[in-house]
Design a protein around this ligand. Sequence first.
Ligand code: TXA
Ligand code: MG
Length: 318
Amino acid sequence: MARIVKNLEGIEVAAKKLQTGHVVSLPTETVYGLGADARDGVAVANIFLLKGRPQFNPLIVHVENTDEADRFGEFNEGARKLAKAFWPGPLTLVLPRKTDCGISELVTAGLDTVALRVPQHPIAQRLLSLAGCPIAAPSANLSGRISPTRAEHVADDFKDMDLLVVDGGPTDLGLESTVVSCTDRGFCILRPGSITAEDIEQVTDEKVIIAQTDEHHPVSPGQLLSHYAPKSNIRLNAHSVSQDEGLLAFGSDIPDGAAKVLNLSESGDLIQAAANLFAMLRELDAENLSCMAVMPIPEKGLGLSINDRLKRAAAPRD
Ligand code: TXA
Ligand code: MG
């Protein structure tokens, strides 16, 4: 049963839950989020499990202030101006991710960028400060359902699950944050929101590109995923392996002979496997082997999302 809490005591319980690797729902000024400690891959894997998301889309990391954001992302001058003008508020900045910043690779779906936002809602702020961790949070709806703007919407979507929902009343904006990527090539709006291109241009004095989101120019995660296809070839459903291959294993019964083996989860736990997926793909790819052989992953629960990602990685490249 989802449980709605309102008072300070409830916020304290939610903060403890975040600190101990649990998922909680929190209000922001845009929509309610489904949050977990962004450094904890298993906690983040549980967000995807709860949402029933068929894909590992990169998630927004919520932080208390710009100083915190500085620990995770590289700000250029323009990003700095935007943070100054719009934080706290409904703007998400996609920035180059600082290496070894501690954010789970599952949060950024293996990308070299990280999406950061300082929410304005007082309860989100309170929770961030009490929990003392960056909070990764997508909107708190089941995959394919509408984003929630009241605690009751969240409780309704997740009614059969053990989820604490911190009630912050109806959200002010009801529309997700504007997502802007800030690179030295300029600004690009990846997802429109209440902060407009004009608002951004006024602050930066630069032209903003609005990403085309029609079917011929999909911009969001599907397209982004191709940016981090591994260098090595990928062979799926491997039951045996050769000496020039790396093996991405799953479970305890693994074939001998690989040049290098990394195991997504020796105990066959799909949540752990999801938490390890991107970091291990990256680590194995860095070995510069001709091929990565990947053992079969069960097509259920998070296994569906893991296989979706692996299939994309294994697909022929342009
Ligand atoms: O208002 C909001 O933004 C809400 C509240 C809870 O903060 N959150 C939200 O999260 O809408 P979500 O996961 O539903 O949407 C995240 C968006 C997606 O469009 C995703 O593709 C984009 O942000 N995104 C996240 N990380 C990215 C990255 N590294 N590069 C490009 N896009 C990214
Ligand atoms: Mg959403």
